[in-house]
Write a protein that binds this ligand. Structure first.
Ligand code: HEC
Length: 73
């Protein structure tokens, strides 16, 4: 399992959970609600990093991810 398993490899596209629940696109350029609620961001980082990596993501990894998402135009 990777982040793209649910979020797809294109952050501008809608994702899908294994239970076929839709996930809105990750890129703020198409989904302005993204990363606006720090409690939500932290909650999902914890959960998803644990699912994919069996550990929490480091602050550096989270920063890199957010910088990458914010750079998508
Ligand atoms: C098992 C499916 C799944 C996997 C794998 C997954 N995610 Fe997610 N992710 C979700 C769901 C469901 C949500 C919450 C629904 C939503 O925000 O649309 C979410 C939300 C998020 C959020 C919160 C976005 C916000 O608006 O605050 C972040 C950040 C995130 N995921 C990052 C990751 C990263 C990084 C990985 C890989 C380490 C990953 N996800 C892997 C399903 C997944």
């Amino acid at each position: 399992m990777s982040c793209a398993s649910c979020h797809t490899s294109d952050p501008k596209r809608e994702g899908l959970t294994p239970a076929y629940r839709k996930i809105g696109p990750m890129a703020p350029v198409v989904n302005p609600q993204r990363f606006t609620d720090s409690r939500k961001v932290e909650k999902w980082f914890r959960r998803n990093c644990d699912d994919v990596l069996s550990r929490e993501c480091t602050p550096l990894e989270k920063g890199d991810f957010l910088t990458f998402m914010a750079s998508i135009r």
